[in-house]
Write a protein that binds this ligand. Sequence first.
Ligand code: V47
Length: 415
Amino acid sequence: MACRLRVDVRQAQRDAGLVGGVEGRLPGGAAPSYDVRSEAPREAETFGTMRSRLETTGLLDIADKLDAGIRLDLDDGTRLFACPDLLAVGWLANREREKRHAGQTFFNHNIRIEATNVCVASCLFCSFARLQPGDDGAYTLSLEEVWDKLRARQHQSITEVHVVNGLHPDLPFDYYLELLRGLKRIRPDVHLKCFTAVEIAFFADLYGRTDEQVLTELMAAGLDSLPGGGAEVFAERVRSKLCHDKCGTERYLDIHRTTHRLGMRSNVTMLYGHIETAEERVDHMLRARALQDETGGFQAFIPLAFHPDNNQMRKLPAPTAADTLRVHAVARLMLDNVPHIKAFWVATGVETAQTALWFGVDDLDGTVQEEQIYHMAGARTPAALTTDDISRLIRVAGREPVERDTLYNVVSMSA
Ligand code: V47
């Protein structure tokens, strides 16, 4: 359906309640001014135009639901994915973003450590894992090598270390406990966001503990929160095809439930742009939303753009920028109870992440030094960004940079 883009300024002003009784006259008799210096008519114009545009694209009932604080459901979500008017979807998401955060855009100063890529799981999308310790490209860092990565950055004001590993069959549990203790010895103030729920499940099975025991022991050693990795797509159809031999959806969610009960925060991700349908994307978001209703422990939802290089799904094309913008926007609209929608710039590309700041996104992750999972899967994004780079990207996009720590305490507003 074609969009009606012509601006009916008078109708817009009437819709927005800005025009008094006399046709075409503002209260006091002044003719309406469309000068750039006059904000109210321009706002009214935007509002009225968007209402008619939403009506044309069939999204007006969704806009009304959002205004009334009524939650969107599976059908609403799939319609948002099907709607050809990407800007209308983005406009709705941006409204929700601005209600929560105005123009503020968060990021942190973090490094990534991937201590081993040896992994017993055979996820089709993964370019990072090596099945056996001796396989070409397989590596496992010694604890000293892990700690050296943080020591080498003593001069940097890093606030977070994000650790993600393969599922290594032979390392003792002590390796992970010591890894955390050592990082805290080097930088007691640094936040350790380590091990996906999939790794927690693997540790529990390998070392004969419950998920809760694993989490408790890791917390005692210095773990502060869990990253959102390993969620992929919750729908069983997709999960059984992509990653049948790792922790399933219910256990993933239950580990986050336990994490929150133990007092830690976590994130939740969604790997998109491969074989999943729009319904499965929305279903994924709804399952995350349901757990968030129970616990309130998720800080951010992070859509992760699939990268096809060097893995078993390499015949698939990578998701387009338009799809990326839409996924983030729909996430903002569906996940009314998750405070932050993060664009992981390493995966989306810097330019698309920057644009997404007007499509529901309020967080850009961080400096992400030393990332490998995406770069091995063909990401052409820089190896890292500085805090100055990120601040500039945000400012140039017309948003306000806020350096945060992992728990969203403000580190610096003038970053
Ligand atoms: O779980 C692996 C994904 C995840 C590919 O919590 C791939 O703040 C695309 O979870 N193409 C790990 N994605 C990264 C992760 C993450 C990233 C940023 C922030 C946070 C957070 C968490 O990377 C895996 C998997 O879903 N992944 N291979 C690939 N070829």
